[in-house]
Design a protein around this ligand. Structure first.
Ligand code: HEC
Length: 116
């Protein structure tokens, strides 16, 4: 077998567990689906942020908020005037839609856990 093919396969074997553990930031499949449907588009599949929104993990702003404040933010969104990233995301964040208040609360608690 070609040496490069062997190296390629070995890389795959080592990278696989890393991608699986990244997905395990969610306590169960249900919450993961809610997050993927409502938030991942902007905050990324692993909540590490993307071009459209900041990371929701190891985030110094979130570290200072309690669960209630995070929950309020999700229900109401962040207005243009209140953005904490005027240079980057000047439009703020839209309020959550298509998810229940209960689901929003579960997400808020999870996000707080990611930022202890
Ligand atoms: C349309 C894109 C978009 C979607 C969808 C979205 N967000 Fe955001 N989110 C943002 C942006 C942009 C910010 C930064 C707000 C600002 O300007 O201060 C943000 C900020 C936040 C913050 C505060 C973090 C900080 O550093 O200020 C939290 C918490 C958050 N989002 C959670 C969520 C959750 C949970 C969902 C899904 C229910 C979600 N977001 C869906 C774009 C989005």
């Amino acid at each position: 077998m070609n040496r490069f093919v062997v190296i390629f396969i070995l890389c795959g074997v080592f990278l696989l567990p890393t991608s699986i553990s990244a997905a395990e930031i969610f306590p169960n499949k249900n919450i993961k689906m809610i997050y993927l449907n409502a938030c991942a588009e902007c905050h990324g599949r692993n909540a590490k942020g993307g071009g459209d929104a900041p990371s929701l993990r190891n985030n110094d702003f979130i570290r200072k908020y309690d669960v209630r404040t995070i929950n309020e933010m999700l229900l109401k969104g962040v207005s243009k005037e209140k953005t904490r990233y005027p240079e980057k995301y000047e439009e703020g964040m839209p309020a959550t839609k298509n998810i229940t208040e209960e689901e929003t609360k579960i997400l808020s608690e999870l996000i707080k856990k990611w930022n202890k």
